[in-house]
Design a protein around this ligand. Structure first.
Ligand code: GLN
Length: 315
């Protein structure tokens, strides 16, 4: 890797990263638990950066929609904080789990209270919390509208085939939900809660839409492109803190060490990352590492952080 040159033009930096990674496209293992994800070409690669000043930089397949999967958990957490405030922490923890995203062991030890909102159990609990007063269908509609509002893009939709497939094969998530329910930790029927969870995971977005949707987190809670105030400055910082400590499951420490920015991954191969005060970044490369995080996506962000000097840990 070259020495970082913080002043370098961002477009040149991402063009360069793409070029350097091109021989490696296809590395990693594409998620294969549902056919809709298994059939995605592993050689896709896209990256988008939206700066707090409103400049947009894209490379590769940045305009191709992909399944955002667990990245959606950032948006449902934001909604949950909006509806219930800090009370959500009575229901879900905010500590890194150190275990796989779909692990069940910790749940038993901890009485059915999920470690954090980004592991599957925690996100299922968040879906349950925001279901209060809604039908699943209404809430799914509200989530889609919220994400469209964040990205300022009415074209964002749910891939219903993905949602159906997740529902048909989601044995592990069904187990997690039933397990929490057995501890009295879910307020709504398992089918309703999972209906919401599977649908928000099935949101399809492009890197540029995702980078725009995450921009409020890079800019103190307000999207500078639209002027929409989404959350307070303190809440934006706190969501970033959770992304840094829990956003990559048991690979969160490694991501923080290598990239040094808050980020949230999804099993579709996407990562949304935040350089506070600077930019929001989305990257997509479907091949995953052993923790279920995008292999080349993490590497691309590591290269970007090194070359821009962006880090939450120091100048
Ligand atoms: N829908 C996926 C699941 O529940 C999300 C997991 C992920 O993106 N890590 O298994």
């Amino acid at each position: 890797m070259r020495e970082p040159k913080p002043q370098e033009d961002l477009q040149a930096i991402i063009d360069d990263i793409y070029l350097e990674l091109t021989p490696r496209l296809g590395e990693g293992k594409v998620a294969d638990y549902i056919p809709q994800l298994a059939r995605v070409d592993a050689r896709h690669f896209g990256m988008a950066i939206v700066t707090t000043g409103g400049e947009v930089y894209c490379v590769g397949d940045a305009e191709m929609p992909f399944s955002i999967q667990s990245i959606s958990k950032v948006f449902t957490l934001t909604l949950a904080l909006g509806k219930h405030g800090e009370n959500i922490w009575n229901r879900v923890g905010r500590e890194p789990s150190g275990s796989a995203f779909n692990s069940i062991v910790q749940l038993e030890h901890e009485g059915g209270k999920p470690r954090n909102p980004f592991i599957n159990a925690g996100a299922i609990r968040i879906s349950d919390l925001i279901l209060a007063g809604h039908t699943p269908k209404e809430l799914i509609g509200e989530i889609v509208r919220f994400v469209r509002y964040l990205a300022d893009d009415e074209n964002i939709v749910i891939d219903h085939e993905v949602a159906r497939s997740e529902t048909a094969t989601g044995y592990r998530n069904i187990a997690l939900a039933n397990f929490m329910r057995s501890f009295g930790r879910l307020d709504h029927p398992v089918e309703h809660v999972l209906g919401v969870y599977f649908h928000h995971c099935a949101l399809a977005m492009t890197c540029s839409q995702l980078a725009k949707a995450g921009l409020f987190l890079a800019a103190g809670g307000t999207n500078p492109l639209t002027g929409h105030s989404v959350v307070s400055r303190q809440r934006a910082r706190r969501i970033n803190a959770l992304m840094l400590t829990c956003g990559h499951y048991d690979g969160s420490g490694d991501f923080a060490y290598r990239v040094g920015l808050p980020g949230k991954s999804g099993v579709g191969g996407g990562i949304m990352a935040v350089a506070p005060g600077k930019a929001s970044i989305a990257v997509w490369s479907p091949g995953l590492n052993d923790y279920g995080n995008s292999l080349l996506g993490s590497l691309a962000l590591e290269m970007l952080a090194a070359r821009t000097g962006w880090s939450v840990f120091g100048p």
